[in-house]
Design a protein. Structure first.
Lengths: 713, 90
């Protein structure tokens, strides 16, 4: 019997859609492991089948491992990825269902990737059914939203968005695969060993920026300056004024103040002598209050979350990595608890039923009071709107559904953050009172600054996520006398530029149009996996510096922000229907071709440079420290005969016979430290467990307990 | 590192100096040449602010946890090799 076939992006979304659209409980059937939901709606049989994300991928048109390759096409994912074998069954099941279908609907997530996933399946697995397929547009997986999306579906697929996505995939393949292969192949042909290296249109400019910051930090030379601090004390029960000496009794309240000769300046004193002079003149001296300036600063509510904002805030407040935040947010979306998270919008349009969502949140004891308070407010509910917009989706917001299952810790924390941000967007402005007391002590100007929250406003809804440190000051008036009970100077140094963290690097990518909201966190994750960067406060590894150094020398365009900005601009033009995807891809190919011609001309030099850097890195990794016997280097050596590893000295040829055994399991790395008892290098051994252990490589070290049968050396 | 000609080795790290063009610091890699310039360039500031002598300055820079890795390596190299203030452009 002919039916309608609805294609979804993921199995969990398929279940939500089937249950939302079915008039009665849908029937679930597993065909070769693929869940297929069937039900009746309006007298018509409907089948809902999920994909597993992308089922098709860009691949080279001809066989072989060479570069540059510009002859590319789209093939089923299982043909190019061993990990995707099971997608074959999915495509065959979808093809089978398509043969008996009379109409088709794309119900994948409404964004570039979702549209492309459905388009490829409809075009290739459903015999060109893309031309007669409809498109459901929804931002949440709630029953109401899905039913409305089905009833009012678009008659045609969103081809401009699809073509922009297709062109992006093709360009990323052309840049990424060709440059990565060029690096690996030049290394191999210059006699270096095989090493998996990668470079890409989005990864390379990000890594280049991280390298620039790393260089700034490595070249930082701290300059000294001084801050003069004071502990002032109000006079008790009187305002004797300057010079009266009445403040010298010291029986009032104390408060901190800082020397600030220029009210607009930072208070830095650029000479030790000057700092000492101020301290000498002011310590224990009376001072007068020259003025008290009280101002009220309004703190408007924060705009609703875009994905970038959410990742940034979750990292700052919850310590959650951006990649993890995206995963958790997607799980909450699939549970119909929040709206679609891959959005750049900071706006909640009036088409969203704000009151309905608040009524839904009233059901949760945690948010009941706040939701009720907002619902009882007179007049229209107007949220604070941010500047960023997204044509496909509104800002991330709760759906009003309460969790039907016990949420995991990260899910619960992120859900709370999203709900509170939504509530806060409807709150009144908060305000803080800032007090600045100016003091005059023997002609030197000191300043005390205090802050207190004057009106809670939206911060009440944001609750634990709003952090404010109150700094109260005593009540004084101009002309009052105070005592500078203690004045001292503190030596400081100028700081190096701050390291990027996961949040700030994503912000940098966002600001410069590098990558898309969906790919930024994944690209960052890849750089960690490849060993190009490490640490929460990101530092670039030797390998990362080497790769980006080579790219800057031989592919400067790829390491620049301009190329990726230009590509993003072209994507927007395709989405707006002003350019064809083929034209954009051809233009990019014509631009990158000369770069490859250049690298082929410099092939040997690229390989040699890369090989030299990599062998230096490997040598560095294998070196444990200086040899205490001859001054050579102690290195890890693997015996060709037994395959076992041990420590040997590079001075072997000159007669140094020092050798030491090593643990045979685990990853060994040098710590750069020497044993306090014997001076031998200390190493770190990392096994399967989470904890690494440190040991001195000297078996005869006096710090070790003697083992029976082992002689001390 | 063995394929780098001794003449072209960086005096601080032993890496390739790319021919050692630096007239000021001769025989340094690009990173250490830039760091060398920083060490020499910041001394007048330290001298004016702290009244520090050249040796004291180098020791402070090498010891300071905020000092960048390349600058520290150059400062330690200068201390080890007793590079005097008047020699710093030699």
């Amino acid at each position: 019997m002919p039916h309608q076939l609805i294609i979804c992006e993921k199995p969990s979304a398929a279940a939500k859609i089937a249950y939302a659209l079915a008039e009665r409980r849908p029937r679930l059937e597993r065909r070769r492991g693929v869940p297929v939901y069937t039900f009746e709606r309006g007298g018509r049989t409907v089948a809902v089948v999920p994909a597993l994300g992308h089922l098709y991928s860009v691949a080279q048109g001809s066989a072989g491992w060479s570069f540059p390759i510009f002859d590319i096409g789209w093939v089923p994912l299982y043909e190019v990825s061993r990990k995707a074998k099971r997608t074959r069954a999915w495509l065959e099941v979808i093809s089978g269902l398509a043969s008996g279908a009379e109409s088709f609907v794309s119900a994948c997530d409404f964004d570039t990737e979702g549209s492309l996933i459905a388009y490829m399946i409809l075009k290739h697995a459903c015999a060109g059914a893309d031309t007669r397929a409809g498109r459901m547009k929804f931002s949440t997986l709630t029953k109401g939203d899905l039913t409305a999306a089905y009833e009012g579906m678009m008659e045609k697929l969103d081809y401009d968005v699809i073509f922009a996505g297709k062109a992006r995939h093709e360009l990323d393949w052309i840049f990424g695969v060709n440059v990565s292969r060029a690096l690996m192949d030049s290394l191999r042909s210059s006699g270096g060993s095989f090493e998996v290296l990668s470079a890409g249109r989005v990864q390379s400019p990000t890594l280049a920026e991280l390298k620039r910051r790393e260089e700034g930090i490595s070249l930082h030379l701290p300059d000294p300056f001084w801050l003069v601090m004071a502990e002032a004390e109000t006079a008790c029960g009187g305002s004797p004024g300057l010079g009266s000496g009445g403040g010298g009794e010291g029986t009032g309240e104390t408060f901190p103040a800082a020397y600030r000769p220029d009210p607009a300046g930072s208070g830095q004193v650029l000479s030790l002598r000057e700092a000492e002079r101020v301290v000498g003149e002011c310590n224990g001296s009376p001072a007068a209050v020259r003025g008290v300036d009280i101002s009220e600063v309004r703190i408007p509510p924060p705009p609703p979350f875009s994905l970038g904002d959410l990742q940034s805030e979750a990292y700052r407040l919850l310590g959650m990595a951006p990649f993890r935040t995206q995963k958790v947010a997607e799980a909450l979306y699939l549970d119909a608890l929040i709206s679609y998270p891959r959005t750049s919008s900071q706006r909640l349009p009036p088409s969203i039923d704000h009151r309905g969502i608040l009524r839904g949140l009233e059901a949760s004891p945690r948010y009941r009071e706040y939701a009720h308070e907002l619902l009882c407010r007179e007049g229209q509910l107007r949220p604070r709107q941010g500047r960023a917009t997204d044509s496909a989706h509104p800002a991330i917001h709760p759906t009003g559904n309460v969790p039907g299952r016990r949420l995991r810790r990260d899910e619960s924390r992120l859900f709370d953050l999203i709900v509170r941000r939504f509530l806060a967007a409807f709150g009144e402005c908060a305000s803080k009172e800032v007090t600045v007391i100016s003091l005059d002590c023997r002609g030197h100007r000191f300043e005390a600054r205090g802050e207190r929250l004057a009106s809670e406003g939206w911060t009440r809804y944001y609750g634990p996520h709003f952090r404010f440190r109150e700094a109260p000051l005593p009540k004084v008036s101009a002309g009052d006398g105070v005592l500078m009970r203690r004045v001292w100077h503190e030596g400081r140094f100028t700081e190096p530029p701050p390291r990027f963290n996961m949040s700030s690097i994503i912000r940098f990518m966002e600001r410069n149009g590098i990558g898309t909201k969906s790919t930024r966190a994944t690209i960052l994750e890849n750089m960690y996996r490849r060993g190009y960067i490490r640490g929460a406060r990101i530092s670039v590894t030797g390998l990362g510096l080497a790769v980006v150094g080579i790219l800057e020398r031989f592919f400067p365009e790829l390491a620049s922000i301009e190329l990726t900005k230009r590509v993003e601009g072209s994507m927007e033009e395709i989405e707006a229907g002003r350019r064809s995807p083929e034209g954009v891809v051809m233009e990019a190919i014509s631009r990158i071709k000369p770069v490859f011609e250049k690298i082929i001309a410099d092939y040997e030099r690229v390989g040699e440079d890369l090989g030299r850097v990599l062998s230096a890195l490997r040598e560095g990794k294998r070196t444990l420290g200086p040899c205490p016997a001859c001054g050579g280097r102690l290195v890890v050596i693997s015996s060709r005969r037994s395959g076992k590893r041990f420590v040997g000295c590079t001075g072997y040829g000159e007669g140094c016979r020092l050798t030491m055994p090593l643990p045979q399991k685990g990853f060994i790395s040098a710590t750069g430290e020497r044993c306090k008892a014997c001076g031998f290098p200390v190493i770190e051994v990392r096994g399967r467990g989470p904890r690494a252990w440190r040991l001195c490589i000297n078996v005869g070290c006096p710090s070790k307990k003697p083992v029976q049968g082992l002689r001390r050396q | 590192m063995s394929d780098v000609h001794p003449k072209n080795r960086c005096r601080v790290c032993g890496g390739s100096s790319g021919g050692g063009s630096g007239a000021d610091s001769g025989g340094l890699c690009a990173c250490h040449e830039a760091a060398w310039r920083e060490v020499c360039g910041h001394y007048p500031t330290w001298e004016a602010r702290m009244g520090a002598g050249w040796g004291e300055y180098l020791a402070e820079v090498a010891r300071n946890p905020l000092t960048g890795a390349w600058v520290r390596e150059v400062a330690e190299f200068m201390i080890r090799n007793r590079i005097a203030r008047q020699d710093r452009r030699a």
